[in-house]
Ligand binder design. Structure first.
Ligand code: GAR
Length: 196
C-alpha cells in the first residue's frame, strides 16, 4: 500500500476527497496532511478523519524558501510518504524540494494547463473570452504548473459566469479528477485521464 502525504493551505476540500477515496482496496492510504497555515480549516477536517496533521508557518522564514522547505521536509520525511499530493498548497516550491519527490509529487491546478499557470486562473479565462475551463492534475517539476499532465477535466463557461461561479463549477470536477488520477497513479498508471 502506497503512503500518501497531502499539503494544503486552506479549506482542503480536495484533500478531503482524496482522503475519503483511499479506503478499501484502494492502492494507497493517507498518512499525513500538512499546511503552511496552522489555522487552515482543512487541518481540522483531516484530524477529524483520523489523519495525522502538522503545520509549518512560512511567515517567520521571511521569504527564505529553502529554510521553510527544510522544516516542511522534516515533517514529511518522518511519515515516509511514497506520494506527495499538493491540494490547494499555495507556496511556490523550489527545485531542491521538488527533486526530493521527483516523479512522486502531484498537484491540482484550476485551469486547462498549459493555459493560465499561476494565480487568478478563472478571471483570466473569462477575460480571454474562453468558452471552456477546467482543471489539471500534473506531476510537479521545478517549473511552476508545468509538469507532465496526468489528468484533465473540462467544464463549459456560461455567459453569466463570474470568477466565483466558474471556480465552483471547476471545483466539482476537481473533486472527481484528483481522486481518480491518484488511484491510477498509485497503481503505476501515468497515462493521462480526460474527463468531461
Ligand atoms: C483548488 O481550486 C485548487 O485547484 C487551487 O486552490 C483550490 C483549493 O481548494 N489550487 C491552486 O490554485 C494552486 N495554485 P481546496 O483547499 O478546497 O482544495
Amino acid at each position: 500500500t502506497k503512503r500518501v502525504a497531502i499539503l494544503i493551505s486552506g479549506g482542503g476540500s480536495n484533500m478531503v476527497k482524496l482522503v475519503e477515496s483511499m479506503v478499501g482496496d484502494h492502492p494507497a492510504r493517507a498518512v499525513l496532511v500538512g499546511s503552511n497555515d496552522a489555522n487552515a480549516a482543512g487541518l481540522k477536517k483531516a484530524a477529524e478523519m483520523g489523519v495525522d496533521t502538522f503545520a509549518v508557518d512560512h511567515r517567520p522564514f521571511k521569504g527564505d524558501r529553502e529554510a521553510f522547505q527544510a522544516e516542511l521536509l522534516k515533517h514529511l520525511k518522518a511519515a515516509k510518504p511514497d506520494i506527495v499530493c499538493l491540494a490547494g498548497f499555495m507556496r511556490v516550491l523550489t527545485e531542491s524540494f521538488v527533486r526530493e519527490w521527483d516523479g512522486r509529487m502531484l498537484n491540482i491546478h484550476p485551469s486547462l494547463l498549459p493555459k493560465y499557470k499561476g494565480l487568478h486562473t478563472h478571471a483570466r479565462a473569462l477575460e480571454a473570452g474562453d468558452t471552456e475551463a477546467g482543471c489539471t492534475v500534473h506531476l510537479v517539476t521545478p517549473a511552476l504548473d508545468d509538469g507532465p499532465i496526468l489528468g484533465q477535466a473540462r467544464v463549459p463557461i456560461l455567459p453569466e459566469d463570474d470568477a466565483d461561479t466558474l471556480a465552483a463549477r471547476v471545483l466539482v470536477q476537481e473533486h472527481k479528477l484528483y481522486p481518480a488520477v491518484l488511484e491510477r497513479f498509485a497503481r503505476g498508471d501515468t497515462s493521462p485521464l480526460y474527463l468531461g
